[in-house]
Design a protein. Structure first.
Length: 204
């Protein structure tokens, strides 16, 4: 009888443990490639300085019924760009490129780009995006970046200051961050642009 009693207690503890792990996993895992289990909060994992190590981007613009598509691929510190348009030969170019972003726990960020000898920076605030079924975004799967200062010498403030953009995290781990961008802007005539991009950052 005593043995059966202890077996029942053991089974109950096992069930409670598995249930607890399931709740913990579901609350921490948001992105498609997030770690299965993490004991660090999403704020703690995001905080720190991130360096861009891989990038893949396709920018497509439609003007006067003509589609101009440009693809970008980052290899080391070299960005390769190829522009294509029907009826014209492809144009290709290469240039030096590096990018860093630092997220602080206080909700601020510093963002810097060095492109072919030119520097760009912006500072601002970040905040988590709550669950949005229409946009297919889980709670804390994405952040809104809002600029407060940039290298054009402009400053921005106010509660309704428009966001710079929304970053969706496909993966957020202690050392790796994968960001996805998906934007389409078209007018009633079907002219405009689309941007599909994936960026991979790592922490030093």
């Amino acid at each position: 009888m005593l043995k059966i009693f202890f077996m029942k207690i053991t089974i109950k503890l096992l069930i409670l443990t598995l249930l607890g792990l399931s709740i913990l996993t579901s609350s921490c895992r948001k992105g498609e490639d997030d770690p299965f289990l993490s004991f660090r909060s999403r704020n703690a994992r995001l905080s720190g300085e991130w360096k861009l190590v891989e990038a893949s981007k396709r920018y497509e613009e439609k003007v006067d019924l003509k589609i101009i598509a440009t693809t970008f691929e980052l290899h080391g510190n070299t960005m390769k760009a190829i522009q294509s348009q029907v009826g014209r030969p492809n144009l290709s170019m290469e240039f030096n490129y590096s990018e860093r972003i630092e997220f602080d726990k206080d909700g601020t960020y510093d963002y810097s780009i060095r492109e072919d000898g030119n520097n760009y920076f912006s500072k601002g605030n970040w905040m988590w995006v709550h669950e949005n079924e229409q946009e297919d975004i889980e709670d804390k799967e994405a952040v809104i970046l809002t600029v407060t200062e940039d290298n054009d010498g402009l400053t921005y403030s106010g509660k309704t200051n428009p966001p710079r953009e929304i970053w969706v995290f496909k993966k957020l781990s202690n050392k790796e961050l994968i960001v996805e961008l998906d934007q389409q802007v078209y007018d009633q005539n079907g002219e405009g642009y689309s941007l599909i991009a994936t960026f991979k950052y790592t922490q030093d």
